[in-house]
Design a protein around this ligand. Sequence first.
Ligand code: AMP
Length: 292
Amino acid sequence: MELLTDSTALQRWIDARRAAGGGIGFVPTMGALHAGHMALIHAARAQTAHVVASIFVNPTQFGPNEDFGRYPRTLDADRVLLTEAGCAALYLPTVEQIYPEGFQTSVRVGALAEELCGRSRPGHFDGVAVVVTILLNRVRPDVAFFGLKDYQQYLVIRRLVTDLVLPVRVVGVPTVREPDGLAMSSRNRYLDAESRRRAAALYRGLSLAREAWIAGERDGTVLENRVRQVLQQAGIDTVEYVSLREARSLRSYTPQADREEDPVMLLAVRVGGARLIDNMVLSSEEGAGLSI
Ligand code: AMP
């Protein structure tokens, strides 16, 4: 796997691959890689000829009291995983390369980015939007791959790409889970054994909501309360939000007589010093993803 540590090396690599033919697939990450990230690499390999990943812990998407400083950095192990997965190149920019002296531009997505995680992490999606815009402009991929685990982020990025007419196709990849259902996340490394056990309640709660949905329950508050109850019983420290939304717009879910929107249950909690998020589209099979 080629290591590209600056934008000149990246441009050279991209130009050569483009000349060789076949599409370029891009998987942006913050490192501390796991099987969830690898699913993105596999999807990229299946759909494009040349796969480039990036690792960049983006300071602008962390709040002042968040975990930027202690975010896990495991470059050696990451390189092994990416190589084994068949990733062709890894772009590793420094903070100065992404935000050079004098940088002062912001990218802000509207309503979609303002609720849920946008509310509990003010400025977070501005940081995501600006870094994704820069990375897409540097890499110029044909297809970019994002995890549905970060469901709101996926919709925000799709909106951004559509609104700014960025010449890239965005693909969402279904969430990869541990055997007990916990969504894989770099932040799971923060969990001690007891918190890790509690964290399985996120998936249990979401699954229960989906069962209720399939059984015919359509009241958003009832469905949200089912999830909250499971989280409380498991001793989850803090519930930031549990919210049933329309899967494409993230507007509050209200059942309509004439059309049935897909409902997505989203949640964010704090457990054992980690902030964890998860979601489930209640109307589709787990892992089926969503074509939007
Ligand atoms: P991160 O390194 O956490 O910024 O994640 C990089 C990309 O991997 C994002 O598009 C995430 O949504 C995706 N991702 C993270 N965890 C998972 C998972 N468990 N399943 C699928 N995709 C994931």
